[in-house]
Design a protein around this ligand. Structure first.
Ligand code: AMP
Length: 303
């Protein structure tokens, strides 16, 4: 069953302790859709400028990602410049240029309106609300955001949060959104705002999933080579939502949400092995399966 994503498509300029790249392809919707495409068909809503490489669009199409909802506008593509210090869990933004996103008013293609799974990726909350209003009867809607939008549009963001089922954010963002430092308290406070489930991304410390009385913790895969954490959060969300969408028709259990958390963690672990989408775009089913098995042995124990 199809999964709809709205989010950024970008040129990123990134410096990490392990290297530096200029104007490589990035963006929340790019990472999300690639990650999810290994598990379910994806419909993408975004905007790029005429400067965006056709080769990347062809690569996304070749992965079965539906680009009918992608607008190629006059003007230049969204750009993000950032850096990481040795603490790779914290991305420092140097510059955000919205460019073609300034005037983007998405109209969903008719076929997208029936989407049952929706991911409101990191982008202007106004666009997230616009998209949500155009989907007829979604089964699961999840949302991500970042400090940029928490600071810029806090009211609109609260409005979107109220209308979604799952919030998938990193630990700094949930602290900022709720004013709670303790992550369990922060998640409970977030759930009182509307969403029934909260996923907290903690970079190299893994992920916490909370719903009602449940807490599930997934580790991050302990890699020897990490180049660039950019896109890990969106790739996690793509694997997480991609798995849930792939189970459409089944009554989802808490065990499905746990497995979704592991799928997200496994797919995200590839993204950080190279800059941009280099590693993520050419995965095989065998590589994903063997990493899932590695997660199982990483956490398996008996009492
Ligand atoms: P993450 O998965 O959290 O590492 O997100 C990385 C992606 O977010 C990068 O490829 C950026 O292009 C994109 N990004 C950075 N700032 C913003 C923003 N304010 N709105 C939307 N996307 C952004």
């Amino acid at each position: 069953m199809s999964l709809l994503v709205v989010g950024s498509m970008a040129f990123d300029s990134i410096k990490s302790p392990f290297g530096e790249v200029e104007r490589v392809v990035g963006g929340s919707a790019t990472y999300f859709s690639l990650a999810a495409s290994y598990l379910t068909p994806v419909r993408l809503v975004s905007v790029v400028g005429k400067d965006f490489p056709k080769g990347t669009l062809d690569m996304l199409s070749a992965r079965g990602i539906d680009l009918q909802g992608l607008k190629v506008a006059e003007g230049i593509t969204f750009q993000w410049k950032g850096y990481y210090e040795y603490d790779l869990n914290v991305a420092h933004t140097v510059k955000t240029d919205l460019n073609v996103f300034e005037n983007f008013a998405p109209v969903l293609p008719a076929s997208y309106r029936e989407s049952r799974y929706v991911f409101l990726g990191n982008i202007d909350p106004k666009l997230q609300l616009d998209i949500l209003a155009q989907v007829r009867e979604p089964k699961i809607v999840a949302l991500d955001t970042m400090n940029f939008w928490i600071g810029k549009s806090p009211q609109l963001l609260r409005e979107v949060i109220r209308s979604v089922d799952i919030v998938v954010v990193n630990e700094a963002e949930i602290r900022e959104l709720t004013g709670e430092f303790n992550l369990v308290k922060a998640a409970r406070k977030m759930m009182r705002m509307g969403p029934g489930r909260v996923v907290i991304k903690r970079g190299e410390y893994g992920v916490l999933y909370l719903s009602g009385g449940e807490i599930f913790a997934a580790p991050a895969y302990p890699l020897e080579t990490i180049f660039d954490p950019t896109g890990a959060g969106d790739s996690f969300a793509g694997g997480f939502m991609g798995y849930l969408a792939s189970r459409d028709g089944a009554a989802l259990t808490e065990m499905d949400y746990r497995l979704a958390t592991i799928y997200g963690s496994a797919i995200a672990s590839f993204t950080v092995e190279a800059f941009s989408t280099e590693r993520l775009q050419g995965l095989s089913r065998e590589e994903i399966d063997s990493r899932l098995a590695a997660f199982r042995s990483l956490t398996e124990f008996r009492v």
